[in-house]
Design a protein around this ligand. Structure first.
Ligand code: NAD
Length: 239
């Protein structure tokens, strides 16, 4: 591999699976009668607000009982110790990357939640996002304007992901693009590998199994994130 300075890493639900957070495809339990698509659209929110709020209240509560795993911790270590820039773009709405990074001084600019965050609420009246750990079902007042108009700060299907300009700026500078624990089914994130290739970066996939976009990667390593990610990070830091 040619000299690597700047790295862009895209993570998906697979990186949090071993922390006990369901991936997109096997969300189950009490919600198995709902496909995630049915509760993750603006249309669903307009149609049945209580159903959507209850779904997100349950997931917001659940993530707070989970802990970062060895993959989150290894990626935070890479961000803290790599001599170039490591931009971590996550599709995950949990805060496990944030918690792994907190102790290591990783800056918020280098951790991009492109699909929003469970632990934020977004006021549809005043447009302010506030940290939020409790339920939304009981229509609490927005801390900023007082209106009972909060929704989950989650990018639903059909909505524009966050910070796309920053992501494309990082992809333009990237020497290496790494995709971890994502199925390659949800766009625009699924297209980043082709953008990165077109812009001249080497590409690597770390996933439990070949993803839908596997053919676009120069190299793939398959296995659980808590095994393959720390091994790759140690390899990079030993270069
Ligand atoms: P996905 O469920 O479509 O794909 C998960 C991928 O991870 C699969 O390819 C699977 O083979 C792989 N995987 C499963 N367990 C793994 C493990 N232990 N180690 C490594 N890989 C593993 O998820 P996605 O591609 O992230 O897309 C789903 C969408 O749903 C995203 O938009 C995301 O915002 C949202 N989502 C987020 C969370 C979260 O925040 N933790 C959880 C579920 C869904």
């Amino acid at each position: 591999m040619a000299a690597i300075r700047n790295i862009v890493i895209l993570t998906g639900a697979g990186v949090s699976a071993e922390s006990g957070i369901d991936t997109f495809r096997d969300s189950g339990g009490v919600w198995e009668q709902h496909r995630v698509e049915d509760v993750a659209t603006p249309e669903a929110f307009a149609r049945d607000r209580d159903l959507v709020l209850r779904f997100y209240d349950m997931r917001r509560e659940a993530i707070q009982t989970r802990q970062p795993n060895a993959a989150h911790l290894a990626l935070a270590k890479l961000q803290a110790q790599w001599p170039g820039r490591v931009t971590l773009v996550t599709q995950n709405v949990d805060d496990l990357h944030d918690r792994a990074a907190a102790a290591l001084g990783v800056t918020a600019a280098d951790l991009i939640h492109m699909h929003g965050e469970h632990l934020n609420a977004w006021c549809t009246a005043c447009d302010v996002r506030s940290p939020w750990a409790g339920p939304l079902l009981d229509r609490p007042a927005c801390p900023s304007c007082g209106e009972a108009a909060l929704r989950p700060d989650i990018v639903w299907f059909g909505e524009m992901p966050y910070r796309m300009e920053e992501i494309f700026a990082a992809l333009r500078e990237a020497d290496l693009f790494v995709s971890i624990g994502t199925s390659g089914a949800v766009y625009p994130a699924a297209g980043f590998v082709r953008n990165a290739r077109d812009l001249g970066a080497a590409t690597l996939e770390l996933n439990l199994e070949p993803s839908q976009g596997s053919l676009w990667f120069d190299e793939a390593r398959h296995g659980p994130a808590t095994v393959v990610v720390p091994a790759w990070v140690e390899e990079m830091l030993a270069r």
